[in-house]
Ligand binder design. Structure first.
Ligand code: G3P
Ligand code: CA
Length: 387
């Protein structure tokens, strides 16, 4: 942040304009990078690069206001001005359909526990090495899942959202693609979506490989091309590389905490951690098959022991040097989810200074951000670009 301030004093250009200028310069830089240029040619440098910057991505829709991954949440994200909607996180059903849930276990986001007929489906499984108890999408047919209704995941933090419990079904990926077309027609602008493939190694071991299914559905809808308005993301690099061979869509590798290892790496014995992947050589490797990274915000600006933001890392610069866009996750308005220095008042679930936090992250030069509160993000961007 000190560096940003110094730059501004030197050339008199505000951070918003700097971000735009940076994007323009980097567009040219991309063309000069052979590995990246090859991947970019396959996946199209045009479509996703034309999105407004910093791009506001509705995380699980507008999940700050509605139960996540419902058509109601997706719809509201667009109404609130999101440029792109994360619709959805994708998991499979027993009969091989793709549905939108953040994880296979659905006890926390649906009313499944209130269905006596499904009581015997409650079970405990190892999910990416973690013992998990509940109900799992892969144990239900699509017809069975369609009898459930979505509910708020964190009612303690978001009690108002429980007003909408029970209103919406679990959407399928097919329904999302049709919804995208309807909304594009209705709004007279291209609606973008940003689906994530969840736990691809886990599901492949169950005989429910995700990548081929995603590719098939996208192909059926004519949305598997380099300029299609669909960005695909996964925490597992192996999955993104597999997608690289199946579709032309822009691809993003998600990056969790620095000390973690993607589950596909754990299973294959690849010793690299996220800390290795964010080094220049790791980023170069990612840029050979993907167009962007989705790091946790803490990889962009780490927090100290007290939860306060410290100094930005070199990740934005290093990723841009490889032609990769950065879409970090996740900005949320409530105090517990904000860095400590942006919390306000004594209500643990009240809103903090989300505008200040957005502004600070935008100033690092990120290309976009996932947020549960797209309206706050859009307004924060407006103010940032006006500075
Ligand atoms: O997909 C970006 C972000 O959503 C990754 O985190 O856990 O919310 O899917 P998660
Ligand atoms: Ca996600």
């Amino acid at each position: 942040m000190a560096t940003q301030g110094s730059d501004e004093e030197r050339d008199g250009i505000g951070p918003g304009r700097r971000a735009l200028l940076g994007a323009a310069v980097l567009g040219g830089a991309v063309l000069g990078l052979p590995g990246t240029a090859a991947a970019d040619a396959r996946h199209g440098g045009g479509g996703y690069r034309s999105l407004p910057k910093p791009t506001i991505i509705g995380h699980r829709g507008a999940s700050g206001y509605r139960p996540e991954h419902t058509l109601g949440s997706y719809q509201l994200a667009l109404d609130l001005g999101a440029d792109v909607v994360e619709a959805g996180d994708l998991v499979p059903t027993k009969d091989g359909h793709l549905v939108c849930r953040h994880e296979p276990e659905i006890g926390g986001t649906t009313d499944v526990s209130a269905h006596p007929g499904f009581a015997d489906r409650r079970t405990t499984k190892l999910l990416d090495g973690v013992s998990t108890t509940g109900w799992f999408t892969e144990d239900f047919t699509l017809a069975e899942l369609k009898t459930l209704r979505a509910k708020e995941r964190i009612p303690a933090n978001r009690p108002h959202n429980t007003l909408y419990d029970g209103r919406w079904e679990i959407p399928t990926f097919e329904e999302v693609l049709r919804w995208q077309d309807e909304q594009t027609r209705k709004r007279g602008r291209q609606v973008w979506i940003y689906p994530e493939l969840k736990h691809p190694t886990y599901f492949r071991e169950l005989g429910l490989g995700l990548e081929e299914r995603v590719a098939k559905v996208l192909r059926r809808h004519g949305k598997d091309r380099k300029n299609s308005p669909v960005i695909l993301q996964s925490f597992e690099p192996t999955s993104v590389r597999r997608l690289d061979g199946l579709v032309g869509n822009p691809l993003v590798v998600l990056l969790s905490g620095a000390s973690t290892r993607p589950w596909d790496f754990v299973k294959s014995g690849d010793p690299r951690t996220v800390a290795d992947l964010v080094k220049p050589e790791g980023l170069k490797w990612i840029a050979s098959y993907a167009q962007g990274i989705g790091p946790t915000l803490d990889l962009v600006i780490p927090r100290d022991a007290g939860g306060n933001l410290t100094t930005p890392t070199t990740l934005v610069r290093d990723a841009h040097a490889e032609g990769l866009v950065l879409h970090p996750y996740t900005m949320r308005n409530e105090n517990p989810f904000l860095p400590a220095n942006f919390r306000r008042g004594t209500d643990p679930d009240g809103y903090g200074d989300a505008f200040g936090a957005f502004r600070t992250y935008f100033a690092t030069g990120i290309d976009g951000v996932f947020t549960d509160n797209p309206d706050t993000g859009v307004l924060a961007r407006e103010e940032f670009l006006d500075d």
